[in-house]
Write a protein that binds this ligand. Sequence first.
Ligand code: PMP
Length: 428
Amino acid sequence: PLPLDVEAVRADFPILGRTVRDGKRLVYLDSGATSQKPRQVLDAERWFYENVNAAPHRGAHQLAEEATEAYEAARATIAAFIGAQPDEVVFTRNTTEAINLVAYAFSNAVTAKEPEFRRYAVGQGDEIVVTEMEHHANLIPWQQLCERTGATLRWLGLTDEGRLDLSDLDTVVNERTKFVTVTQQSNILGTMPPLAPIIARAHEVGALVMVDGAQSVPHQPVDVAALGADFLVFSGHKMLGPTGVGVLWGRAEVLDALPPFLTGGSMIEVVRMEGSTFAPPPQRFEAGVPMTAQVIGLAAAADYLTALGMEAVQAHEEALTGYALEQLQAIPGVRVVGPADTVARGGAISFVVDGIHPHDVGQVLDDQGIAVRVGHHCAWPVVRRMGVPATTRATFYVHTGYDDVDALVEGVRHAQRFFGVDGGEEVR
Ligand code: PMP
């Protein structure tokens, strides 16, 4: 049996009650792109709009007060979810914006008039380190930062198996390194790189470290104190929460020394026509009226996951991953792209089917009501390094059961029969 009660969990997700493609059960294996939402999250957003709706941190009326309380209570919930202090949690639009916030803070630091904001300025001669495994969201902002500042981008490569190659860690991360960023789980390969040696090396040379938790925070317990990085970023929509809300966690003393990215209302301290001063974190990084309902929905998602237990969520997905890897690799002509066993990997499984383009695999699966992702998954360098044009990717979550994996496996066999590449070994 699986660690989570799949039937009970499914009952919480209204969308799983619908059918697709002429009455077929929805087999949703695309949570890695975006997750479905339980009733508890939808109810929380609706509760906010029906009962409280007002702009937090503004206005003297009761609704504004209640909205502020609800918004800040949600911040405390998210902080507790990752073992952080509330003031270290900044709400952004998504992971992408959280990463851009930090990248722009580093270049804004170059011209900041406040000396305390120049501490993490990045310039010529400095190096930024990424990995070849990153989602475009954790690559392009750093390429752009380098173009703005004259800094140099370096990266850690991959092994043929799709693991992070740490053999040149000590030369790639060196005295010139100002910042290192690495994913906790590859969205394509499922690989979970060893973060401890990377974080230790970065800190040894005085660099800051960011962990991209977009594919890890929703699926495993993550505690920022145990992690030991300086930044953690993740998206609400991938962890059962609403779209339009993401999180930047930053170590208090680091956030304190960063200039703002977006500027405007409610991130200021004193404003004069001649110039302004800025509020302390997290307000300094939350310009404008925030995505209040989404933040409240995200807190409901965190509560939902906490009630299931993140350890159980992780164990659940590990069991499904082991089963899926075994079943998929038992099909002649199917090759998993990425680690072939469950060691240090999560539940993102990419694969290719000999003789069928991934887009065609996806289409045949879709005809059977199975939703997967196909393509380069916004991590072009990864598919290029793995020597494939694209992959088909299945990702699991709390409502996924063995029946979903069985449907996937049968769907792939069906695609092979359909395209006549089953080698005649299958009974038609
Ligand atoms: N990093 C990783 C590892 C991801 O999988 C994703 C989403 N696919 C992102 C960053 C970007 O997240 P978002 O699109 O929510 O900003």
